[in-house]
Design a protein around this ligand. Structure first.
Ligand SMILES: Cc1cc2nc3c(=O)[nH]c(=O)nc-3n(C[C@H](O)[C@H](O)[C@H](O)COP(=O)(O)OP(=O)(O)OC[C@H]3O[C@@H](n4cnc5c(N)ncnc54)[C@H](O)[C@@H]3O)c2cc1C
Length: 487
């Protein structure tokens, strides 16, 4: 008999916690999952991936309807958007997906789900509403929340975050978005397309700071064409809310330049994330953490050998697929006692703006930081037949290849980049050679042919060097020309 109530306790019922609970229960471990809110699913389902992608789709349809003449169709007169109806669709999609995440389904799988806020009282036990629960191992999967930057007066204003924007009923005539990262840009473009006049304020020199500037520029250009105003290298200094309007004082030049006041009906804060660790009792359990999150090793283990932390709470890669991956690794270590490690080099991600930006492995910024030598190979969407047919010619694929011909990384900006990247995810994780991709017959006409063309270019240059071309030309010229332009 175990001296603990459960083999495994999981705190947090989002992407990481649910993956861990389903896996542990199927392995036969006596499992309890504790969720503080009234519903399972976490940020991704309720305030993140699902509502944002649903909103983006609606906004994309509306934007496409404004482009009918480009497709040879009559112009359509579009009435203004009813945001309440749009957000009702968002809610319906969440409700449909929520059905997979019911406590009953997890109970059927073999994991007990309880609701309440858990707090460690020692390294094996938590307190939940006055009741003590103990487990042999714990997985902390409490996620993250919007970080609110230290802008004077901001905390006293009714600003929006990803937790409140999807329940808005009225489209703001104008919207300031604080933050030019993936969350801010996706929501800025969607709200802009629905009819808000959007202004983005970003502190860094470019939007999407970790991406290469040539990639970020293509998106920035598109957003500007759609009427979005973008301030980069600009600091938000002061915020005020007066008579239903926000007044945001900004200073350009990284905070040292010209200052101006922006006015808008709504202000969305999308300026980073902070780990949900307040009130968790980490000190009582002896678990180490920093302001970025709970410190873990490559097995997702904290400094306490039977406590693991996965998903956004460890501050490493804030994505749903990473949360699930890390949960699988934590589970293998905690329940099966197998020493599995995470390998982030095989992780890709996507920003779901239009055009989408998807990435795996090294880009130029990361390669330079690690001192790697690389060559770049690019293929534009405009050269692809399907992109022409779709009217989606903006974008490119960019491959980083080592001098020895090894794939270091791939970035794609363009339509369906989040789907196209998977050919490269498999190439990176399976060690597939570039020659295999170049030699694989891709189906015509698809956007995926861009990947084959990019890989093919590398070999075409080697095979068809100027010397080889000249030799071949000489050999075939001996037989004379097949035809002459003068005939
Ligand atoms: C607007 C937006 C869009 C996004 N889009 C994407 C996307 O397209 N693709 C992608 O991969 N990622 C996306 N993300 C990121 C993604 O949502 C997160 O990476 C993911 O939700 C992290 O999962 P998690 O399990 O770590 O945390 P969560 O899913 O947030 O789950 C944590 C759970 O823990 C609970 N909890 C917290 N504290 C306690 C406590 N003390 N006791 C009990 N329970 C507690 C919370 O209530 C929550 O349910 C997006 C995020 C946002 C904000």
């Amino acid at each position: 008999m175990s001296k603990y109530d459960y083999d495994l306790g999981i705190i947090g019922g989002g992407a990481a916690g649910l993956t861990a609970a389903a896996g542990a229960a199927q392995f036969g471990a006596k499992t309890i999952l504790i969720e503080k809110s009234a519903r399972l699913g976490g940020d991704c389902l309720h305030y993140g991936c699902v509502p944002s992608k649903t909103l983006i789709r609606t906004a994309g349809v509306y934007a496409l309807l404004k482009r009918t003449t480009e497709f040879g169709l009559p112009r359509v007169q579009l009435p203004p958007v009813d945001l309440e109806a749009v957000m009702n669709r968002v809610k319906n999609v969440i409700d449909k997906i929520q059905q997979h995440d019911s406590p009953e389904r997890f109970c059927d799988l073999g994991a007990k789900v309880v609701f309440g806020k858990a707090s460690f009282i020692d390294d094996h036990s938590v307190n939940l509403d006055g009741q003590n629960l103990s487990a042999g191992s714990w997985i902390i999967a409490t996620g993250s929340s919007p970080a609110v930057p230290p802008v004077d007066g901001l905390a006293d204003t009714p600003y929006l975050t990803n937790e409140t924007i999807f329940s808005q009923k009225k489209l703001p005539a104008n919207l300031i978005v604080l933050g030019g990262g993936p969350i801010g840009l996706e929501l800025a473009q969607a709200m802009g397309r629905l009819g808000s006049q959007v202004t983005i304020v970003e502190f860094m020199d470019q939007i999407l700071g970790p991406e290469d500037p040539d990639i970020a520029d293509i998106l920035q250009q598109q957003l500007k064409e759609e009427g979005i105003i973008i301030y980069t290298a600009t600091k938000a200094v002061k915020a005020q809310y007066n008579e239903s309007s926000f007044y945001l004082t900004i200073a350009e030049g990284g905070g040292k330049g010209q200052s101006r006041i922006l006015k808008a009906e709504a202000l969305l804060v999308a300026a980073g994330r902070k780990p949900n660790i307040d009130g968790l009792g980490l000190e009582a359990a002896g678990v180490k953490f920093t302001p970025r999150g709970i410190t873990t090793d490559s097995r997702m283990k904290t400094n306490i050998k039977h406590i693991y932390a996965c998903g956004d709470v460890n501050g490493l890669f804030p994505f749903t697929h990473v949360a699930g991956y890390e949960a699988g690794v934590a589970l293998t270590n905690a329940v099966l006692r197998l020493p599995r490690k995470v390998d982030y080099a095989k992780i890709g991600w996507c920003t779901y703006t239009d055009p989408e930006i998807a990435s795996i492995g090294y880009n130029e910024k990361r390669a330079k930081k690690d001192g790697l030598e690389y060559h770049i190979w690019e293929e534009p969407y405009a050269e692809n037949d399907r992109a022409q047919a779709e009217g989606a010619t903006k974008g490119k694929i960019k491959l980083l290849v080592s001098p020895a011909g090894k794939l270091l990384g791939c970035q794609i900006i363009g339509a369906k980049a989040g789907e196209l990247i998977h050919e490269w995810v498999i190439a990176v994780s399976g060690g597939v050679k570039l020659s295999t991709i170049a030699a694989s017959v891709h189906i015509y006409p698809t956007l995926s042919e861009i990947s084959k063309r990019a890989a093919g270019k590398i070999f075409a240059e080697k095979i068809f060097s100027p010397r080889t071309k000249n030799i071949l030309k000489f050999i075939f010229s001996l037989k004379g020309r097949a035809c002459s332009p003068a005939e």
